[in-house]
Design a protein around this ligand. Structure first.
Ligand code: SF4
Length: 270
């Protein structure tokens, strides 16, 4: 079966948006969840893609997409059985729990809500399975198996290696999305952050600074400057990451996690 990182390797990772998705990572998740076809990316090498998605009659992969029931998630659920969740728990900022049936799960918070990673899926506090995009992100977090402590130092994405094109993606699909949506409404931005577990940080050089724990070891700081009508400055958002963020997620997943944060803030507020 094909997983999201296999498909990601076929793309140039430039996040150009021509496929209709904001990032290569979002596109690859779309392919694995049956919402997109690899053919939507004009830069994928056809021969390699055809090898990865062999055409078979009646096979959803023949059209370049997978079974909407997500072959990837089935694969990830299978793979998680081989992971010692108890051993990963501390490093990921989670805890091992046992369900009434005796099966083990890894519990942690994701954008302000409790989630439990189990071999049968990732569910929220009320037992509802999460959106496949979130599940794929969270499985990546668990498989990445980060450990150690965060640095407590905040840096822009541009501080990470090979991040030039990624900075543009973060700006376009997270920072500009937030600045245009919350322009003139800094209080609403703070409220939306709080709903996903954010807390105000003071003092800060920005007009508003909120720390949002996307995942226990993947916090971000959202800095917001509202527009200045007199001087003609538009609203601006800058997202900062912990200096050690790449010890806990690959850079594509990191950007994807910030995009999900922005999407949820807008959803929470609308
Ligand atoms: S996957 Fe989409 S965003 Fe990435 S290079 Fe291809 S067309 Fe551009």
């Amino acid at each position: 079966m094909t997983n999201v990182l296999d498909i990601l390797r076929l793309t140039p990772k430039t996040n150009c948006g021509e496929c209709g998705f904001p990032t290569c990572m979002a596109f690859c998740v779309g392919v694995t969840t049956g919402k997109a076809s690899w053919k939507q990316c004009p830069y994928i090498d056809e021969s390699k893609a055809e090898e990865m998605f062999p055409a078979k009659a009646g096979n959803a992969e023949a059209s370049g997409g997978l079974d909407p029931d997500t072959a990837l998630l089935r694969e990830l659920k299978q793979k998680i059985r081989d992971v010692d969740l108890g051993q990963r728990a501390k490093g990921l900022g989670g805890r091992l729990i046992k369900s009434e049936g005796g099966s083990k799960g890894l519990e942690f918070t994701y954008l302000g809500r409790t989630v439990v990673v189990t071999p049968s899926g990732i569910v929220d506090g009320s037992g509802r399975e999460l959106d496949p995009r979130d599940q794929i992100l969270l499985y990546n977090y668990v498989f990445f198996g980060g450990r150690g402590e965060l640095s407590g130092q905040w840096v822009g994405l541009e501080s990470f290696p090979n991040s030039v094109s990624k900075v543009v993606t973060l700006r376009r699909y997270t920072e500009e999305k937030l600045s245009s949506y919350f322009e003139g409404r800094s209080k609403e931005l703070v409220e939306a952050c709080k709903k996903i577990g954010g807390k105000i940080v003071e003092p800060c050089h920005a007009e508003v600074c909120v720390r949002v724990p996307i995942l226990p070891k993947v916090p971000v700081q959202v800095h917001f400057w509202d527009s200045d009508q007199e001087d003609g400055f538009p609203a601006k958002v800058k997202v900062l990451f912990d200096k050690r963020a790449l010890d806990f997620l690959d850079i594509e997943s990191l950007i994807f996690s910030a995009e999900r944060m922005a999407e949820m803030m807008v959803e929470e507020e609308s």
